[in-house]
Structure formats: C-alpha cells, structure tokens
Ligand binder design. Structure first.
Ligand SMILES: Nc1ncnc2c1ncn2[C@@H]1O[C@H](COP(=O)(O)OP(=O)(O)OP(=O)(O)O)[C@@H](O)[C@H]1O
Ligand SMILES: [Mg+2]
Length: 237
C-alpha cells in the first residue's frame, strides 16, 4: 500500500490517504512537542519506536477483543490503519496521580488513586485541550448520545484492565495514558491514533524512573533509551 495525498500534519504524525478510501497511512515523526507545542525538539528514531510500540499494543488489545484501527505496520515509520471520523475527545485514564491532576487538584504526586479515573479533554489545541464533562461534550456535539460517552469510558477501562497488568508483569507501572477513538465506515467506535510513551506515563517499578515523554517535558534526557527500554520489555516474553 502506497502513500497518496498528505491530508494532515500533526505534531507527532503525518496522515496520508491510500488507494483504498477506508484506509490511511500514518507516518510517525521524530518531532517532540510539549506544553501544547510551546516546547519543541526532535529525537532521531523516536517515530520508529512509537510505531513499533503502538503496533505491539494494538495487536495485544485486538487479541483481547478491543476494536482498533490497526491493520499493519508497513515499515519502521509507517502504519496502515482504518480511516475514521475522529471523536474530538481525548480520553485520559489515570491510575496514579501526577502531572496536571496533581497540580489542579492538589493530589500529591505519586498517590495511587482509590479507583481508576477516566476523564475527557476537548481535543482542541487552540483552546488548550480543556477538561470536558458529559454535558459539555453533548452541547458541543462531539458525540450525539450519552451512551456513546458511556461506551468511551467503558472501553477505556477495559483497555486499562488489559494494559495495566501487562506492563506490571514487565516491571512498569502504567501511571496514566491518553486514548483517541473514531467511528469507522460502519459507525462503530474503535480505538485509533497511537499508544506510545508519547501519550502514556510509565514508571519503572524498581527504580521509579520515568520511561516516557516526561523525560522531555522535564528535561531529564535519555528519552530514546527509555522508549527503547519500553519496546524491549514489550518484546520480552
Ligand atoms: N484512524 C484514524 N482516522 C482518522 N484520523 C486519525 C486516525 N488515527 C489518528 N488520527 C488523527 O491523526 C492525527 C495524528 O496527528 P498527531 O498524532 O501528530 O496529533 P496532533 O493532531 O498533533 O495532536 P495531539 O497532540 O492531540 O495528539 C490526529 O489528529 C489524530 O486524531
Ligand atoms: Mg497525537
């Protein structure tokens, strides 16, 4: 499958059409951005690592019955996937408080939450991805019905129930992560985009070391080594 027309260039990926109207190709870029694009950099090999990590995680989730857009990895930086109408809601799943949750609500960084928190952000860079409640999402028309919001929450919890123990077995704490969903050509809600250390937080269970994009956000260095380590642990049986 060949790339045809560039239809979107985001901060982390480029999206291309293909000969099949129902399929797109994502090109994973080496660019890094944080704080809504204010901090920028690039790390050679980062895009390929995210493509490989996402590929493995989409395969794992599909085996466990989660519908995803994944079709196949084409090469180091390219993934073939279904085309969807993106639901402009970022679904955030949190097991441990850190980042904006700690800052906004004053919950001490590293506090294990009494239950898994699922939150919605409006996927809108111009507005700085503000928090949404269900009524906001319905008023904005991001989905039509309440049961679609319930479904997003349910799918996010199911995904967490698969990924959290999977990473725990590999010595990584899945602290939190961001998911995106879209509607496929039949109108089914499926998991899209990527699942990578760019939008998950992983803390090493032994050392507590951050193994994700916080290394870039916080200027800790060693980003590529951390992403490589995440991939190696995924590939290790
Ligand atoms: N299956 C899909 N169908 C249609 N669009 C998709 C699909 N998967 C991902 N996308 C979209 O492709 C784009 C990928 O771009 P990228 O990951 O660079 O994100 P972005 O737009 O810069 O923003 P963000 O910071 O919110 O991730 C996103 O807008 C994402 O919603
Ligand atoms: Mg993105």
């Amino acid at each position: 499958m060949e790339k045809r027309e560039l239809i979107y260039e985001g901060k982390a990926k480029k999206l291309f059409t293909t000969d099949d109207a129902n399929l797109l190709i994502s090109e994973f870029k080496d660019d890094l951005t944080a704080f809504n694009g204010e901090k920028k950099s690039s790390e050679a090999g980062k895009g390929a690592l995210n493509n490989k990590i996402s590929t493995e995680l989409f395969k794992l989730l599909a085996e466990d019955g989660i519908p995803t857009h994944f079709v196949k990895m084409l090469d180091d930086n390219h993934m073939l996937h279904k085309r969807t109408d993106v639901i402009l809601i970022e679904v955030i799943v949190r097991n441990i408080a850190t980042g904006s949750l700690s800052k906004n609500l004053g919950i001490k960084d590293g506090t294990v939450l009494p239950f898994t928190l699922v939150e919605f952000d409006y996927k809108n860079d111009a507005l700085g991805d503000p928090k949404l409640n269900d009524q906001h999402a319905l008023i904005l028309g991001l989905v039509k019905y309440q049961d679609e919001l319930d479904k997003l929450r349910r799918m996010a919890r199911e995904i967490n129930d698969i990924l959290k123990p999977y990473f725990a077995a590999k010595g990584l704490n899945l602290v939190d992560f961001k998911l995106e969903f879209g509607k496929d050509s039949s109108g089914n809600i499926i998991l899209i985009d990527e699942i990578s250390p760019d939008n998950c937080r992983f803390w090493d269970m032994q050392s507590g070391e951050k193994m994700d994009k916080d290394r870039f956000r916080q200027g800790l260095g060693g980003l590529k080594m951390a992403y490589e380590e995440v991939l190696n642990r995924i590939l290790s049986k």
